[in-house]
Structures are given as structure tokens and as C-alpha cells.
Write a protein that binds this ligand. Structure first.
Ligand code: SF4
Length: 759
């Protein structure tokens, strides 16, 4: 660290772009480097909140491993290259592939990191539109595409996502979510612990339904265990009981919704007594939960990844939305709200075809969701010959080798590609297989606005806007992603957003911007484009917003402005019983029978620590030292006794696709019959992660299956939680040098002695 006294220090305000909390930050900067980061106590919405990941991001990104130049792989080694060389080679390969094959042969995978910038996903899509390719894949099909697929059917637009009115709700039921550690998803709100305690403080009740007594459950008023992956039966019984006890607001239903009779008929057989043996939620407990929801002056059901990543994530989320709607809680203060962004994005999307396309996949019969195909089909699309076979892949802000199902198979597929290009800040596991890795600026090196959920959709507990400049300049040859995709479009001789005129206009603007602002990084004039977006929404200029350093509050949510006004289905009514979901619901009886047959296998769920964010933060010594250099298998003491396991033993976890070996910890917060394994590990083959590659953790997602018959039909989601697994005591640590992506029968990495973890 540079001693602060040696240089002139300046404190800048910005906001974190790692997770949806978007915490306001104060950043001490000197000599173009970040010295320290603190929460911004004066921020209009996040005042004084932050977490270790956001407050140490300058140290994570200050690693010697940070990409500073384009990198070219030559065999198993890497060399630095110029942008000119990289763009010329990529451009000529893409031109050749497009000349020889269908444009769909060029694919793109958009990762979660891309979503936390406004311009990154827009320009990445613009590049693919220029190529004329429909082969888009996104990380959403690992954790949230069910919500988009359902919203498209129910509300007419995938990004219409009602959220709980956290600051007024009186009964909040959180299913399969742990906001105290992961923060809220599909809702921008800081300090989740305090928000949950506040509900109880105003006389309300917060229920957490989860197979683990999570950190959120500990601050909630009530916790209810549920057998993993039985969520649709919980929601069906909830709806059944709600209807049976007169909890339906028939006036609202009649005025604003269609399909109630069909949904009521669907729920009729699913009494709390019937579902109890499968969900393991006692009927009396479920009835008490429904009563507290029904009688509260404002209630909301909310679910997250524990539901999304199950076998029936779309059905479960659909039923949740139906309950919130028919109970009269949708579109009311204290219930669930549909936010107002800076403009009506749903109407804009419907009018201009943004995120509304329904492309058919080449294989598997999937329909695109948010203009993207299931990630769990990518290996098949690469490995299966024929027209539209994927031959080149751009990976932007993602690490699919860690996050996708059956990533051992995906690894083989990526090796088959004629061109793999990664745009990232580190040379991670996926990039290690790439032909080219292009260095992107980090969040603190680029100007921005809050990302699409808060900006265009108002998905915030307290609506506000904030602008940030680039807090520090690039410290190498890094370029922002908008510039990278403009450069790639030129190198490949394709248009931007499908138009060469648009590309040339952007090039002209970039040159003009460079002439007027020689002090800024050259490239796409990001501030001008962000300013244009703000003006489109009547929010003034970017510079003016920048002057409001701690953010600018927007009008608070009023509720009552969605139903009959902003619902963009064909008839403007909420569709409670879309045919595609009713059709999918036919499988529930068979699934229920299977569950009822008494599958005694353990169910594997995931878990996250506050210092991890998917696969991002393990290349930082502070977060992986002191025995925290591995994930662990958490086992309930009763299950451990049955399996002959003790804390510190090694165990093999066996699924249909792979076996991983790792140390065991006992955890009595788990529901017996459930084991937990944190995700985002398995970095041993990352060429450019000097710290993470020495960790011992295993990649939990190699235990999940990919391919058409293993993905959820409506959304294309992979089944990544609630997996049936066998657990056996292992004789000792895995062989040194093995990798966590080895196929069935092999074991995973891990070389050092076991240490104790903090969880
Ligand atoms: S909770 Fe942490 S990672 Fe998320 S935005 Fe805030 S500081 Fe960043």
C-alpha cells in the first residue's frame, strides 16, 4: 500500500458494483491508485453500509495477476500482445468462420459481472447483432432465468419483477433465500439484517423457509425447515389453504387477472396434510404461516436461488407470484411493488423488441429467455455437428467452467472450439483455455450508473439515482467493454446493433470525445451515452447527477400504478394460468409420487460465505487463509453418525455425473437428510490466479447434469440445488494434482493438510 502521506490524497464517492446492494462508497485515491475504501455514511439510500468484498475490492483487483494487456495463448503458455495484434487475429478468424458457416456459429456467454455495468451488456449484444448471431447464452440459466421466463408469461415482459415492499411489509416469507449473506436479489437494498429486524420491530413477522437455519433465519421471527427441492408443493399447499380460508381478493382478481379458475383447480388437491410428508412442513405450521400472511396489513412471498435452482424453479416461482397476486398483495404498499425506472422499460421493450425475442434453440427444443439460450446446452451446441454448430465463443464477464452444470464436459467442449475469446479482469479457469484474453477495466476504472434493475426498472427499496466517474484510470492497456465491442465490430467488419452506420457514428463520437477530453481514457464516450440514457428518462445530464455525490432520491413507490396500467400482456391483465406453465404443472403428480416413494438419499444444497461472490473472490489471500482455503461438506450430526463421519474426516460426494472429495464439518443448523457444499470453488487449473489456484476447494457444479433432458423446460435452468447424492467416508485426502473436474469415478483436488474453517 502507498503511504498516504507521500502523495496528495483525494476522497471520491462512488458505488460498489459487485452485488445488487450497490453500496455507496468513499474511496481515497492518490497518484491514480486506490488507497482505501469505506462505506459512504451520507449516501441517500445505503448510508454507511458495506461488506468485506466491496471494501477490499481495490486489494483484490490490485493483485499482480490483474490483466493489464491482451494475452495470447501459445500451447500451454501465455504471452502479452498488443490490441492491434489481438483484434487483427480475432477479426480475421471471425470473418473466416462467418464466411464458411452460419453467423450462429459465433456464440457469446454473458456472465453475472457484465450485468453490473450499464453499457457492457448493451454493447456485447450490439456486437452479436452486428454478426447476426442468435447464439447468446447467459449465467441467468444457472440462477434466475425461471423468474424471467415466468414474468414473460404472467406480466407480458420478462423484466417485470415485483419485489417486496421491504420497509412497509408486515408479513414477509423468504423461501430459499439468505439475504443476510447474499444480499437481496432482484431488489436493491443494503443492510438486510437491519431491514429484517425492522419488520419485527414494527409488529410484523418474517418467516424463513429453508433446509438450513441460515443467517437470515437467525434474525427472522420464524424458521421452518423444508425438504430441499420440494418448493412447488409448499406453494401449492399455501395456495390451497389461502383459497380455503377466504384469502383471495376476488374483486382485484375480477378486475385485473385472468385464469383464476384454472389455478384454483390446480391447487385443489394439494392440502397441507397431503404435502406434509414430502415438504416435511407440518400442516399446522403451514396453516399458521398462511394465517399470518392473510391477516397482515401487507404481506409478501419472496424466493431466491434455493428455489430458482431446483428442478421446478419456474413452477415454484409462478405459484409464488399467483399467491401474491390473488391475495391482493401485488401492487400495493406493504405488499409487492412493480418499480418505476427512469422510463417504462416494459412498454419500450415490447415496442422495440428488446428482450422479447422467442428464438428456438438448434438442439433440445428450448425457447430463448431474455434473448438467451440455456447455458446447460452450450456443450451440446459445441460438440454436435450440423448447421449452426457453435465454433467460436466470446465469454464476457463470466466463468462458465466454474458456474455451469457438468463443467467437466464443458471443459472438453471448449477445447474443441476454433476460437475462444474471454473479456475479463483475470485469467480465470475459462480464460485459461482461451485463444485470446482481452483485459477489461474494473468497476472503479469506469464511469457508470446503477445497472438495469434499479435504473430501468426501479427495483429498489428506496428509489434513487447515482452517477460515478471512473475513480481511477486504467493501470495498463485495459479498455472498457463498450470500447472492446466497438473495436471487435470494426475488426470483424460488422455493424454495431446490426448497423454499420451506427458503428461509424460511434467511432466518430469516440474520436470527438478523445479530442475534447484528452484527460479521459480513449474509447467509447461512456459519459455521453449514459447522459443520453438519463435524458431519455427525463433525469437530466450525467454531469449534474455526478454533482450529487451521495445520490439523488427519486419519488418513493406509491403502489397501485401497475395493475390495469403497466401490465403489458396482450389484454393488459395478469395471466394467472399461462398454458405453458399449466402444461408443465402436469408433471407435478409424478414428481410428488417419486418424492413420496421415500427417496432416502441425501439432498445437496449450496451455501455462500460473506467473503465469496460466486467464483470471484478466492484470489485474495485474506479471504482464503487460515484454513479457509477450501470449501467443506456440511453434514448434520445425525447423518454423520449414520455415515460414520466425524468433523475433519474426508468424504466422497457422489452424483450421477461426478465424485468430489473434501473435508467434512458438522452443522446442526441443517435439516437432517441435507448436506451443504459452498459453490464457486475449484480453481486449480486457473492459469492466471496465483492465489486461488493453490486453494483446495472443489467445484460443486460438476455434480450437476447438463443436456436437454436435464434442464427445466420452461426456463432452461440447470438443476443445481437439492441434488440427490450419496456420501461416503473417504480414506484420506484426494490425490495431489488431481482436478475437481474429473469425470465419474475420479476425485477432486486437494493437497494440503486439513484445517478448520470459519464457514
Ligand atoms: S454488499 Fe458488499 S459486495 Fe455488495 S454492493 Fe455492498 S459492498 Fe459491494
Amino acid at each position: 500500500m502507498v503511504p498516504a502521506s507521500a502523495v496528495t490524497m483525494e476522497t471520491k464517492t462512488t458505488f460498489c458494483r459487485i452485488c445488487e446492494a450497490l453500496c455507496g462508497l468513499e474511496v481515497d485515491v492518490a497518484d491514480g491508485r486506490v488507497l482505501d475504501i469505506r462505506p459512504d455514511p451520507a449516501h441517500v439510500a445505503t448510508g454507511g453500509f458495506g461488506c468485506p468484498k466491496g471494501l477490499k475490492q481495490h486489494r483484490i483487483l490490485g493483485s499482480p495477476d490483474r490483466l493489464r494487456t491482451p494475452m495470447k495463448r501459445e500451447g500451454s503458455s501465455w504471452r502479452e500482445a498488443t490490441w492491434e495484434e489481438a483484434l487483427a487475429d480475432i477479426g480475421s478468424r471471425v470473418k473466416h468462420l462467418v464466411g464458411e458457416h452460419d453467423p450462429d456459429a459465433i456464440a457469446m456467454y454473458v456472465g453475472t459481472a457484465a450485468g453490473f455495468s450499464v453499457l457492457h451488456p448493451i454493447f456485447a449484444q450490439g456486437f452479436m447483432d452486428g454478426i447476426g448471431s442468435r447464439s447468446m447464452y447467459a449465467s441467468a440459466t444457472q440462477d434466475c432465468a425461471n423468474k424471467f421466463a415466468v414474468a414473460r408469461e404472467v406480466y407480458g415482459f420478462a423484466l417485470t419483477q415485483p419485489f417486496p415492499d421491504i420497509d412497509r411489509v408486515k408479513c414477509l416469507i423468504v423461501v430459499g433465500g439468505n439475504p443476510v449473506v447474499s444480499k437481496w436479489s432482484f431488489l436493491q437494498v443494503p443492510n438486510p439484517s437491519r431491514r429484517i429486524r425492522d419488520v419485527a420491530a414494527r409488529g410484523g413477522r418474517v418467516w424463513v423457509v429453508d433446509p438450513r437455519r441460515t443467517e437470515t433465519a437467525r434474525v427472522a421471527t420464524d424458521h421452518v425447515f423444508i425438504r430441499p427441492d420440494t418448493d412447488p408443493f409448499f406453494f401449492l399447499a399455501f395456495l390451497n389453504e389461502l383459497i380455503a380460508t377466504g384469502g383471495v381478493n376476488h374483486d382485484r382478481v375480477a378486475r385485473h387477472m385472468s385464469g383464476f379458475e384454472a389455478i384454483a383447480a390446480l391447487a385443489r388437491p394439494w392440502t397441507p396434510e397431503r404435502t406434509e410428508p414430502v415438504t416435511r412442513i407440518p400442516a399446522a405450521t403451514l396453516r399458521e404461516m398462511v394465517r399470518s400472511y392473510r391477516e397482515a396489513d401487507g404481506a409478501a412471498l419472496y424466493c431466491s436461488t434455493g428455489v430458482n435452482m431446483g428442478r421446478n424453479g419456474s413452477l415454484a416461482f409462478w405459484l409464488q407470484e399467483v399467491i401474491n397476486a390473488v391475495s391482493g398483495n401485488l401492487d400495493r404498499r406493504g405488499g409487492t411493488l412493480v418499480g418505476n425506472g427512469i422510463f417504462d422499460f416494459a412498454r419500450f421493450g415490447k415496442k422495440y423488441g428488446v428482450m422479447t425475442k422467442r428464438h428456438a434453440s438448434r438442439l433440445g427444443g428450448f425457447t430463448s429467455v431474455n434473448d438467451a439460450f440455456p447455458g446447460g446446452m452450450l456443450a451440446d451446441e459445441i460438440l454436435t455437428p450440423g448447421p449452426r454448430q457453435v465454433r467460436a465463443l466470446f465469454v464476457t464477464g463470466g466463468n462458465p467452467l466454474i458456474t455451469m452444470p457438468n463443467s467437466a464436459r464443458l471443459r472438453d467442449a471448449l477445447r474443441d472450439l476454433e476460437l475462444l475469446v474471454c473479456v475479463d479482469v483475470f485469467l480465470n479457469e475459462t480464460a485459461s483455455l482461451a485463444h485470446w484474453v482481452l483485459p477489461a477495466t474494473s468497476p472503479l476504472q469506469r464511469p457508470d450508473l446503477p445497472f438495469v434493475f434499479p435504473l430501468f426498472l426501479g427495483m429498489q427499496a428506496r428509489p434513487y439515482l447515482q452517477a460515478t466517474e471512473a475513480v481511477v484510470p486504467p493501470d495498463g492497456l485495459q479498455r472498457d467493454e463498450a470500447t472492446i465491442y466497438l473495436d471487435l465490430a470494426r475488426a470483424c467488419d460488422v455493424g454495431l446493433f446490426g448497423s454499420k452506420v451506427a458503428r461509424r457514428a460511434m467511432e466518430l463520437l469516440s474520436r470527438l470525445h478523445a479530442r475534447l477530453h484528452p484527460e479521459r481514457a480513449p474509447g467509447v464516450p461512456q459519459e455521453w451515452i449514459l447522459s443520453a440514457l438519463l435524458r431519455l428518462g427525463g433525469e437530466g445530464r450525467f454531469d449534474a447527477l455526478l454533482g450529487q455525490r451521495h445520490g439523488r432520491l427519486r419519488p418513493d413507490h406509491a403502489g397501485g400504478d401497475f395493475l390495469g396500467k403497466r401490465c403489458v400482456t396482450d389484454d393488459g391483465r395478469v395471466q394467472l394460468a399461462p398454458p405453458v406453465l399449466l402444461e408443465q404443472a402436469r408433471k407435478l403428480e409424478a414428481d410428488f409420487a417419486l418424492e413420496g416413494a421415500g427417496d432416502a438419499r441425501l439432498r445437496l444444497i449450496t451455501r455462500r460465505a460473506v467473503t465469496t461472490h460466486n467464483s470471484w473472490t478466492h484470489n485474495f489471500e485474506d479471504f482464503v487463509s487460515g484454513g479457509r482455503d477450501t470449501n467443506r461438506l456440511y453434514v448434520h450430526p445425525a447423518d454423520a453418525a449414520r455415515l460414520g463421519l466425524a468433523s475433519g474426516d474426508y468424504a466422497d460426494v457422489v452424483s450421477e455425473t461426478a465424485t468430489v472429495r473434501l473435508p467434512v464439518d458438522l452443522l446442526d443448523d441443517l435439516q437432517p437428510g441435507t448436506v451443504a457444499l459452498p459453490h464457486g470453488w475449484g480453481h486449480q487449473h486457473a492459469a492466471g490466479l496465483g492465489v486461488a489456484s493453490r486453494t483446495r476447494g472443489v467445484n460443486v457444479n460438476i455434480l450437476a447434469a447438463d443436456g436437454a433432458d436435464r434442464l427445466e423446460r420452461v426456463s432452461g435452468m440447470a438443476h443445481l440445488t437439492g441434488l440427490p447424492v450419496d456420501v461416503r467416508r473417504a480414506s484420506g485426502p484426494p490425490d495431489p494434482g488431481s482436478w475437481s473436474g474429473l469425470p465419474q469415478g475420479a476425485t477432486s483436488a486437494g493437497t494440503a493438510e486439513d484445517g478448520r474453517a470459519g464457514g
